[in-house]
Design a binder for this molecule. Structure first.
Ligand SMILES: Nc1ncnc2c1ncn2[C@@H]1O[C@H](COP(=O)(O)OP(=O)(O)O)[C@@H](O)[C@H]1O
Ligand SMILES: [Mg+2]
Length: 257
């Protein structure tokens, strides 16, 4: 059965896109069939795969102007497909969509192609608007990347409130898969302090694996090649592979706070 996981946190620059790619490509390397959904108008996930030209995108899915099948593209990573995104997504006005349930458009579209995949990962935009709502309505679980910086916990409080709202209104089964500490720098005292604060607050819901800050990650994104192919032995690629093992295990468990 296909698992749909939203990678979400309304703060920008916390590692959502990098985590979507890192876990998506590691799952593919483990032999799983993966679809990445780029749900951010910035299209960073799309660009990180070196994909520049495409006729159809996630905008066509949400505006229901194309069948979802026609928007799927293969990536350089075998077993890992993507629905690309670009700036046109920013101009999509969900209130103008002629649909009585605009929050369920992505969920309904994904249900047509779920049979093809083991995992669908949704790379969410840095906002709590209708795109993020569509992702949380479609998802079985949410993975929340957290960067070790001063306002990290404040951002987490907001995403948790949004998730419980969605749970109440639209998606009673949604659960938190876990919190993943990203861009960790052991030389930075604040990094150490914040990561221990995150652990003391969210306890076993925090991944044991920590993603270190690693230059191979932005370098590979700039090249348009996933880190697991570009620098497979880098600390970043290895950490995401390890986090993916945990991801699979954690997906089977429901954490109670
Ligand atoms: N572990 C890491 N080490 C070094 N740079 C990273 C790491 N994770 C992400 N980055 C960089 O930080 C920036 C923000 O990450 P990104 O995944 O795009 O965050 P988000 O999707 O939440 O906005 C990007 O430029 C990315 O290349
Ligand atoms: Mg992003």
């Amino acid at each position: 059965m296909c698992r749909v996981v939203a990678i979400s946190n309304q703060k920008g620059g916390v590692g959502k896109t990098t985590t979507s790619i890192g876990i998506g490509t590691s799952l593919a390397k483990m032999g799983k069939k993966v679809l990445l959904v780029d749900l951010d108008p910035q299209g960073n996930c799309t660009k990180a795969f070196g994909i520049e030209k495409f006729n159809k995108s996630i905008s066509n899915v949400l505006s229901q102007s194309s069948s979802i099948k026609r928007t799927i593209k293969k990536t350089i990573m075998p077993g890992c497909d993507i629905i690309p995104s670009d700036l046109s997504l920013a101009f999509l006005d969900s209130s103008k969509l002629n649909n009585p349930h605009p929050e369920s458009i992505l969920k309904n579209a994904l249900s047509e192609i779920e049979y093809k995949y083991d995992y669908i990962l949704i790379d969410c935009p840095p906002s709590l608007g209708s795109l993020n709502v569509n992702a949380l309505v479609a998802a079985n679980k949410v993975l929340i990347p957290v960067q070790c910086e001063f306002f990290a916990l404040e951002g987490v409080t907001q995403i948790l409130a949004t998730i419980s709202n969605i749970k109440e209104k639209y998606n009673p089964k949604i659960e938190i898969l876990g919190f993943l500490i990203s861009m960790y720098d052991p030389r930075n005292k604040l990094s150490i302090e914040i990561s221990s604060e995150i652990r003391s607050q969210f306890k076993e819901a925090v991944f044991d694996t920590i993603i270190p800050r690693n230059i191979s990650i932005p370098e590979s994104q700039a090249k348009g090649i996933p880190t697991i192919l570009f620098r497979p032995n880098s600390s970043g690629a290895v950490a995401y592979y390890q986090a993916t093992r945990e991801f699979i295990e954690r997906d089977k468990i429901i954490y109670q706070k």
